[in-house]
Design a protein around this ligand. Structure first.
Ligand code: SAH
Length: 357
């Protein structure tokens, strides 16, 4: 059955009009779904009974049930959510003292094939619909006493390979759920046509580029599918994005011990961004351990500090991602892998701790 989650207020207005009800009933339904977290038509008590029954014959609301929930000591909650076709996705709830953020998935699995990523090791199944993307936030909001104000599209999947649904979901979060678009971040592996198209959507979100290497050779080793576009082309698209939107990008740099964490590589990274006249912070992400055939290791504290020093010396504002939820396997794709039985599957309930971070 079709779900209503994912439809805009205007679409819901048309839908009820086709059922011979006035347009404002559509606005009521939108408020029930997006603002009040209704999960059934029965719960929409100010709609006429006849309309609720007819809706229930044809549609479902489409909320996502929780399969598993892991709570870490720092308050991070990792969710495994079920989709209507039996697939499962991960979402993460991240409470901070001053705000609550969530990390959303955009695909079931991921086609990007990044060597260091648990999601990639599970392969790719399908794109999420806009309703399934927004449904993750709604589920976490329904379980939270605090209001979710921020979202990062950094869960499973490559957002810009699911472009239409991702853009639609951003608009739904803004218009229907009242989040500020400035509090939304989309992270991409560097899909050039997607970056260029997004620049023209008039969405004041933050775009984050997963860079991870200062040259094409190393980058292609880490992200095989990135071969499709050279860094040169990706950074040109980023420059265009910054020019058209007037917004700085964020550059994410995953640090893997002995692979891409040398001071020399930090200097080359700074130079690369400088040569393209790209302002914007670099966000350093220490590798969250995943067992890989390449034997990737976490970077040492000393190498993280040196890398950061080199970037800052070159005038680059650098932040370091706090690693949260380690003990609950919060890195992209780890929980799903454990539950569905990937190579590092553990017995029920036993969550692997990071081995070397
Ligand atoms: N496909 C998008 C968004 C999903 S991944 C992208 O590539 O940006 C979100 C971020 O998590 C990316 O920067 C990704 O490189 C990073 N990531 C993936 N696996 C990781 C791991 N094992 N440790 C730390 N960061 C990881």
């Amino acid at each position: 059955m079709d779900s209503l989650l994912g439809k805009t207020t205007e679409e819901l207005e048309r839908l009820v009009q086709e059922m011979d009800h006035p347009a404002y009933r559509g606005r009521q339904i939108a408020a029930w779904i997006y603002r009040r977290g209704a999960e059934t038509f029965e719960a929409m008590t100010d709609l006429p009974r006849e309309l609720r029954m007819r809706l229930a014959e044809r549609y479902v609301v489409g909320t996502l049930p929780v399969v598993r929930r892991h709570v870490a000591q720092d308050g991070t909650i990792k969710y495994l959510l079920a989709l209507s076709d039996g697939q499962m996705i991960e979402s993460v709830y991240l409470p901070y003292p001053d705000r609550v953020s969530v990390c959303l998935s955009t695909q079931v699995g991921c086609p990007a094939g990044c060597r260091f990523c648990a999601t990639a090791q599970g392969g790719f199944a399908r794109n999420l619909t806009a309703g399934e993307i927004v449904g993750q936030l709604l589920r976490m909001q329904s379980e939270s006493a605090r209001r979710i104000s921020h979202a990062v599209y950094m869960g499973m999947g490559e957002p810009l390979w699911n472009y239409d649904n991702v853009v639609r979901s951003l608009r739904l979060l803004g218009r229907e759920m009242g989040l500020s678009l400035r509090n939304l971040t989309v992270s991409t592996v560097g899909v050039v046509p997607g970056i260029r198209a997004l620049a023209r959507e008039n969405l004041p979100i933050t775009l984050a580029l997963s860079l991870h290497a200062p040259d094409d050779v190393l980058r292609a080793e880490l992200i095989p599918t990135a071969r499709k576009w050279r860094l040169e082309e990706i950074l040109d698209a980023c420059a265009e994005y910054a020019r058209v939107t007037g917004r700085n990008l964020t550059f994410e740099y995953l640090l893997i011990g002995g692979v891409n964490d040398s001071p020399e590589q930090a200097r080359r990274l700074a130079h690369l961004l400088e040569s393209k006249h790209l302002p914007g912070n670099v966000n350093l992400i220490p590798f969250n351990f995943v067992d890989t055939p390449q034997g990737y290791r976490c970077p040492s504290r000393a190498s993280i500090a040196r890398f950061r020093e080199e970037l800052e010396r070159a005038g680059r504002v650098t932040t370091q991602r706090m690693t949260r939820g380690h003990a609950i396997a919060a890195a992209c794709g780890q929980l799903r892998r454990i539950v569905t039985g990937g190579a590092d599957a553990r017995p029920e309930g036993a969550i692997p701790l990071p081995l070397s971070c």
